[in-house]
Write a protein that binds this ligand. Sequence first.
Ligand code: UDP
Ligand code: MG
Length: 348
Amino acid sequence: MTLGSDVSGLRTNAASAAAAGLSIVVPVYNEAAGLAALHQRLCELAKTLQARYRLACEIIYVDDGSADATLAIARSLAADAVDVQVVSLSRNFGKEAALMAGLDHARRGAVLFMDGDGQHPPALVEQLVRHWIEDGYDVVYTAKAHRDNESFLRRQAVHGFYALINWGARQKIPEDAGDFRLLSPRAVAALRQLPERNRFFKGLASWIGFRQIRVDYEPAPRAHGVTTFNAARLLGLSIEGLTSFSVAPLRIASLLGVALAGVAFLFGLSILWEVFTTGKQVPGYPSLVVGLMTIGGVQLIMIGIVGEYIGKILSELKARPIYFVAEHSEKSFEAAKTDDAASRTAAE
Ligand code: UDP
Ligand code: MG
């Protein structure tokens, strides 16, 4: 029995990459307004990739329990130069689960993840593919070129989050990296082998290693609608990421405990010293109450942090599926071509 995993057989070079093909995974949640336009652009992109690298593409739309017409529109999209799969989840499971569903259904070798709201420019994909095919990178991830349009507070929060999650980590998660990324066949194989249910995608994609490269880009404004990630949801995702990826919060809890105990010990010594040297006791109700409340508060926070981890263990133990697919349809480009030819012959 080996305890590691050998994915070297899936290594691609410039010659074999085209044969592997590319799956484009697009999670969509209430994106009805822009889906048809996005599909159009992706088909154009697929044609370009086909012409330049002889790369066959498929697009996988994962409908994450949308309440609008997203699913109906996705189903009606034509397989124009690409194969199209539509995977519809039984309810809204969240973006991470949708990405996982897409990864599970991908049939080509390499996988590209991109948002369904038009913020990830299809034009950039060519560059990502070039880094994979021509330069031999396995993980091509994108990062926001700057955060000038975000508030100071938010930037500091992001900075703090990454400082905490990367604290003591061997493989650092790059700051600002988004979910818009391309994985080579062997990176995909590696990612598929990670068994955990609580997923923090950016973290996992970085953790697997291989040759990684960063591409800076300027996200386009959302084509329509508003973001589903408000402050509360981002906070949730951060806690999720932190606790599923690092034990830094637990370490901080221990360190804080040691620090508090140390201060208390020194304080005790100083009181004793005072009693012995001056012989009088200092009345100190306020300091006592403050001390009690500090320790009580810190303990509650720490119990909360430990609770987060226990909750995580519980959900890993229950081992529920990450998502349920309610409906799955596919259209093959080859079949569409043959149908076309057949109907043309019939018309003649
Ligand atoms: N999304 C999803 N499930 C959700 C929320 C979002 O599949 O529960 C998809 C959404 O359709 C979009 C992508 O995830 O394609 C990113 O969502 P959004 O634009 O709201 O986030 P942001 O770009 O602000 O990070
Ligand atoms: Mg978006």
